[in-house]
Design a protein around this ligand. Sequence first.
Ligand code: PMP
Length: 420
Amino acid sequence: MSIFEQRESDIRAYCRVYPVVFDKAINARQTDEDGKEYIDFFAGAGVLNFGHNNPRMKTAMINYLQNDGVLHSLDMHTTAKRAFMERFVTTILEPRNMPHKLQFMGPTGTNAVEAALKLARRATGRSDIVAFTKGFHGMTLGSLACTANQYFRGAAGIPLLHVEHQPFGCEKPCSGCEMGCGVANIEALRGQYSDASSGISPPAAFLVETIQAEGGVNVAHKAWLTALAQLAKDFGSLLIIDDVQVGIGRTGSFFSFDDYGIDPDIVCLAKGIGGMGTPMAVNLVKPEIDQHWSPGEHTGTFRGQSLSFVAGAEMLSYFEDDSFMDEVKAKAKVMAGALAPLEKLSAVQVRGKGMILGLDVGNGENAKAIVNQCFDKGLLIASCGTGGRVVKLIPPLTIPDSDLQEGLDILVQTAQTVLE
Ligand code: PMP
């Protein structure tokens, strides 16, 4: 065993241990050091929406380095940061009439969520947060308190910040789900908040994903999310949308909530916002909420990673017109069409939206067998959800049609073999 393997192989906190060492990657194909190729249906869990080594982003970064661009600047202005912000405002915010300010929180998703929780408490003067069953928001203590999964929460070893988890209103509840999710639950909360004798007061914020990606690819029902947004508004609670995994084009539009008709107070973005694995996290914050921070009150060293701004600005060029999102919608149709026949098998359900789909195969053992056999056949894919029972498809949005088809064929054949 090499020194590398001795030191690396038994780190118990790692969960994705493949018996190979990856070396190179282009778009949706990754190669191990023995030259075996894999199709990537995992895409860094939403980091690599624009593929590995995206040529536009790579060229922009090489040029920036060759021109001795400033690589790090804490909170100071740089040309790279300005270019990213200007493009973000003109391409993403202005067309949607979003007045939100950009607060860089970097480098990871949990940094964005932590800052959002802190700001919501500060802005409302309230301490409680409401999150949702099966939600995932990160691994640091505040975001972990909002994450529902008991296995992850147990890792903290001590009681966490108190966060109430209300049932998530799924569009397609899993079979056997008795969560009582839906609009009725929102109306019950409304009754409690309106009744002083209930002893239950409205929270500082509701923190929610429109699609619970780690939680099993559960898509929020539109009526439920709209009712939640209205509840937040009526009771002075902030609506925080965690778009860390399913934002940045994944669902066929830049924000996953674009077609929900809601107006979030804070939007948390990370993963794909940095372009091609270059870390960045940013919160979009309504100006009247932003003013509750005092200068320097919330800091973080890596909020100014210039290469992330450079790659991120190139990433935004994919959203200058509708053509890229039309391509994503077309690929999404191919994905949904390929998986649909599997729903005929007992206990199988397909959920998702755009280019994130979950194949719920009823239990973790079946999902694990599918994931492992796919790996042997050259397809990288992960599982998620309760007990790991959902196989999650989240390929790069830029995946060529032929790679998408090849990956889907491997997955469908493998799932049929395992499940029949
Ligand atoms: N929110 C969501 C919805 C996520 O999926 C994740 C990561 N899987 C996070 C927050 C945390 O992001 P990070 O791992 O970059 O801290």
